[in-house]
Design a protein around this ligand. Structure first.
Ligand SMILES: [Zn+2]
Ligand SMILES: [Zn+2]
Length: 189
């Protein structure tokens, strides 16, 4: 029996837990592709993710079926990155999110526009999960168009800062790649 593994992470939810909250076990699609297991440590500081009571954020970018970047960041590291973001950029991103944020969770539809996963799955897209321990509290799909739109509204200074942040923390990542297209903002806690 052990040779039969379900391919679709969504299907593994058949053992639906009676938990009244929307907590689910972190789906396979948000596991580390490179490590072939769930993320265990923060991509930036290396600390054990389970030790962060406030949780952590997994971000995986795909181009079609291919994983082009993945990261798991503890909240203090997310905050550190936001500290490096200019006030102007923060404000613009906040406005953008307020204007576009749709009250949808999950990976079926973009959190910021009406694109569906079906429509964008052959292109680049980003999956984000807010997690705590082994559980995922919230999730979002951000399509390429929305990533691009956000890239355009941030300041040159912020773009450079983020680029430096990426180079320092994610060595080996192609320089044209945007690992942090979104802030935690589209996801409500
Ligand atoms: Zn960290
Ligand atoms: Zn979108």
């Amino acid at each position: 029996m052990s040779d039969h593994e379900p391919d679709l992470p969504e299907d593994s939810g058949s053992n639906a837990s009676p938990d009244p909250s929307s907590r689910v076990v972190i789906p396979d699609v948000l596991h580390s592709f490179y490590e072939e297991r769930p993320f265990v440590s923060c991509t930036r500081c290396g600390e054990s993710l389970k030790d962060f009571a406030e949780g952590f954020r997994i971000s995986k970018s795909f181009k079609g079926d291919e994983v082009i970047l993945e990261s798991a960041m503890c909240m203090p590291c997310m905050a550190a990155m936001m500290d490096e973001t200019s006030d102007e950029s923060k404000l613009r991103l906040e406005e953008f999110h307020e204007k576009h944020y749709r009250d949808v969770s999950g990976f079926d539809e973009c959190a910021l526009c009406e694109n569906t996963l079906d429509q964008v799955k052959d292109d680049e897209f980003n999956l984000v999960g807010v997690c705590q321990g082994n559980d995922m509290l919230d999730s979002a799909l951000i399509c390429f168009d929305c990533q691009e739109a956000m890239n355009e509204i941030i300041s040159e200074e912020t773009r450079r800062t983020w680029e430096r942040f990426r180079q320092e923390n994610f060595p080996g990542v192609p320089s044209d790649f945007e690992p942090m297209p979104t802030r935690p903002a589209p996801i409500s806690f």
